[in-house]
Design a protein around this ligand. Structure first.
Ligand code: NAD
Length: 493
């Protein structure tokens, strides 16, 4: 049996663990088991399912101190960050348990027009394909709502961080986990018994997943990449703590976060002041080293390939005609040896134009361009350029002004005076516009992704004693009041 063996990206000689690769025949068997389990799981009441999910959340919470170091070791995410991610996944699961009964409740209207029941029915088997950068929460964002709604799930985590999420999934009911890369992902998304696909990841995989699902007419939620602009209006007023939060909005998890602040737009007149305060804040909060060292806030990137890609992007920005200036940020933890793993020095890059690949593409790593602008109209156009539209932020001392500009940004989520996870809300739907994907996670909308409405209706005309209706007639409504123009097709008498 083939194994996926995961090394510690901070100490590449250390094996953290392994999982068996699921071949396509075994994916088929897992989906069939999930399909077999569907009638029993969906036959429970929402209250019964939520009770089982709460027990799962409690199990994960009880194991947090054991799971956090595992997540840190397999993903390179600092220990506090790993603890935060697992804790947030527990919080999210409990939030789903609180909200699901009301959101998933059937609605019934019984009035002069008839009797109408709209039920929220689960799809069946949901196939989830998830990335490595936040492997626990990005899986739980799908598992929680899908399971509460009565679906069963087959989850395929990323082979780059499969260990902790497998433990978390094992604590939840009605979930099967399969392991592998692109082939396993495609086999799951295109399986005829998978009735809904939920994917988080990059553009290339997203297109293949969408194509595999589309070939089966299976609906999908796609949460793809972002190239988030952070726009500082001329009146921005940032304290030292605000600058620290901004630095971590770009460099948490080594910049490998979909909604990291990936392009910073600052008024030309305030660039020098901004740069000085930003570098000072980075020196205070950005400490690179082993994720298990409690003083560290940034670990390695996920793989040798990722490190090479990001270094090439930075080298390209500094060299040739790009003309950028690269300033290293932060400091190393005492005793840190960058050669022990996939470490990339975090940096701020100035002097680029918006066509430079580091600006125009999602860098997904610890390198951030700082860009000057002159007018609000100009920065709006530049922030909205490109194919991605996940999140964005506007920073201003004037909340009204910030909200006004925020409403004109092409993004599914705009933070004001913060960016990245500090700006999230459990009750707000999250997802992208343009090629950042479709469908939503979090909030009521994130729960409703995993149900279809199914209607039972008897018109008043056909209830006992009702007046009936002419054969083929359209139902009554506003059109009765619209004068019929000569020559239009008349409804039957
Ligand atoms: P990825 O697209 O390489 O992999 C994601 C998942 O898809 C993994 O499970 C992988 O094994 C699988 N996969 C890869 N190629 C596939 C293929 N051809 N067919 C089927 N499955 C395939 O992404 P990644 O490197 O793990 O994550 C980075 C990307 O994810 C970034 O672009 C980031 O912005 C995005 N992301 C988006 C969100 C969001 O909420 N919008 C959140 C986190 C990450």
């Amino acid at each position: 049996m083939d194994l996926i063996t995961r090394e510690n990206p901070a100490r590449v000689d250390e094996v953290v663990g392994s999982v068996p690769v699921t071949d396509p025949a075994a994916v088929d068997a897992a989906v069939r088991r999930a399909d077999d389990a569907f009638p029993d799981w969906s036959g429970l009441t929402v209250a019964e399912r939520v009770a089982a999910l709460r027990r799962g959340a409690d199990t994960v919470a009880a194991r947090l101190e054991e799971l956090a170091p595992l997540l840190a070791r397999e993903s390179g995410k600092p220990l506090a960050d790993s603890r935060g991610e697992i804790g947030f996944a527990v919080t999210f699961l409990r939030w789903v348990c609180d909200e699901a009964p009301a959101v998933l409740a059937a609605t019934e209207i019984d009035d002069d027009a008839g009797r109408l029941v709209v039920r929220r029915k689960p799809y069946g088997v949901v196939g989830c394909v998830t990335p490595w950068n936040a492997p626990v929460i990005l899986a739980v964002l799908k598992l929680g709502p899908a399971l509460a709604a009565g679906n069963t799930v087959v989850l395929k985590p990323s082979p780059l961080a499969p260990l902790t999420v497998t433990e978390v999934a094992a604590a939840l009911p009605a979930v099967q986990v399969v392991h592998g890369g692109a082939e396993t992902g495609r086999a799951l998304a295109g399986h005829p018994l998978v009735r809904k696909v939920a994917f988080t990841g990059g553009d290339a995989a997203g297109r293949e997943i969408a194509a595999a699902a589309g070939a089966m007419i299976t609906p999908a939620v796609l949460e793809l990449g972002g190239n988030d602009p952070a726009v500082f209006l001329p009146d921005f007023a940032l304290s030292g703590a605000d600058y620290e939060r901004l630095v971590m909005a770009s460099f948490a998890t080594g910049g490998q976060v979909c909604m990291a602040a990936k392009r910073l737009y600052v008024p030309r007149a305030r660039i020098a002041e901004f740069t000085e305060a930003y570098l000072a804040a980075a020196e205070r909060v950005l400490v690179v080293g082993d994720p298990l060292d409690p003083g560290v806030t940034m670990g390695p990137v996920i793989s040798a390939a990722a490190a090479a890609r990001i270094r090439a992007l930075v080298a390209g920005a500094a060299g040739g005609t790009a003309g950028g200036t690269v300033t290293p940020l932060g400091r190393s933890a005492p005793g840190h040896d960058p050669a022990s793993g996939y470490f990339v020095t975090p940096c701020l890059v100035t002097g680029l134009d918006d066509h430079a690949p580091l600006v125009a593409q999602e860098q997904f790593g610890p390198a951030v361009p700082l860009l000057a602008y002159d007018t609000e109209g100009e920065v709006l156009a530049r922030a909205n350029a490109g194919e991605l539209g996940l999140a964005a932020s506007v920073w201003s001392a004037d909340e009204e002004r910030a909200f006004a500009l925020a409403g004109r940004l092409s993004a599914g989520f705009v933070f004001v005076n913060t960016h990245n996870r500090t700006g999230m809300s459990l009750r707000a739907p999250f997802g992208g516009v343009k090629r950042s994907g479709y469908g939503r996670e979090y909030g009521r909308e994130g729960l409703l992704e995993y149900v279809q409405s199914a209607v039972v209706h008897v018109p008043a005309a056909f209830r006992p004693g009702g007046p009936g209706m002419a054969p083929g007639a359209y139902p009554g409504g506003v059109h009765d009041e619209i004068p019929r123009a000569a020559g239009t097709v008349q409804p039957p008498p």
